[in-house]
Design a protein around this ligand. Sequence first.
Ligand SMILES: C[S@@+](CC[C@H](N)C(=O)[O-])C[C@H]1O[C@@H](n2cnc3c(N)ncnc32)[C@H](O)[C@@H]1O
Length: 283
Amino acid sequence: MIPFGIHRRIPLIRRPFLQRDRALAENAALRARLDDMQSAPEAARATAKPHGDRTRDLKSAYTAQVERTASFVSTSEAMSTSIGGDFDYIGRVEVAVLLRHGLKPGDRVVDVGCGSGRLALPLSSVLTGPYSGFDVVGDLVDYARNLVQRPDWRFEAVDHIGIPEPDGCADVVCFFSVLTHLLHEQSYWYLEEARRVVKPGGTIVVSFLDFEDEEHWSTFAKLVADAKRPDHADPLSVFIGRGALRVWARHLDLEVVEMQGSDFAVADGLYLGQSLCVMRRPL
Ligand SMILES: C[S@@+](CC[C@H](N)C(=O)[O-])C[C@H]1O[C@@H](n2cnc3c(N)ncnc32)[C@H](O)[C@@H]1O
């Protein structure tokens, strides 16, 4: 801590370095505290209460939302509304994104956070190759399986973060409006998984709520208002910056092949509503 008043005696050129040194020291202290917590005795950690924390318990927060919605509208409406609505239109746009990035009929597609089948349904008339859809909400997965009627395709509930597929098997791994519900650490973890599962030369598609997209600001303002409500229990909604996605791609050795805002027409008259980041695993 620099005593009050001493700034005047420190040459201007040195001040940014003092600030930097102080910030570095604070970071080191934080890392040390986190290390201490990690090495807490097993018994102390075992007594920690399991939390109903929506930032960690992804499954409960989303499942509760689907159940709440289903309690006051019809099943098909609940299955659409609870994944964002506009079921037919957005499904068509999502297929158009994949086609734009070279999807071929025989490709293998992994749809992470597949929801109630908004992508899978229209994709089923384009894709003859294998498809796997994973989601944390069992009811959504069951609904998608029934709706799509492709016994050769896999629809499966997952618990937290993870893609239960072998290394290098997929031509496309997509996350349509999924990282929008995760902490950045969890999103990065999922991208690590996608990097593992996608073939060299394969494609990873992410749609996201974008700090750099003016159209998304009103959504962020709404999230701020929600955050102030004491009874707020909705699943997380999380914004990402394009810069963050570029940094993640660099650390994962992925090439960013497309980055677009919501004003971008994916195909004639088709808009996703979210921003789009497409990455490729190098050959
Ligand atoms: C806005 S919906 C989008 C659904 C689908 N991708 C689409 O575009 O129609 C977000 C989906 O992500 C799922 N989800 C949330 N956290 C997840 C996680 N950790 N792993 C897999 N799916 C998750 C939710 O259950 C929900 O179905």
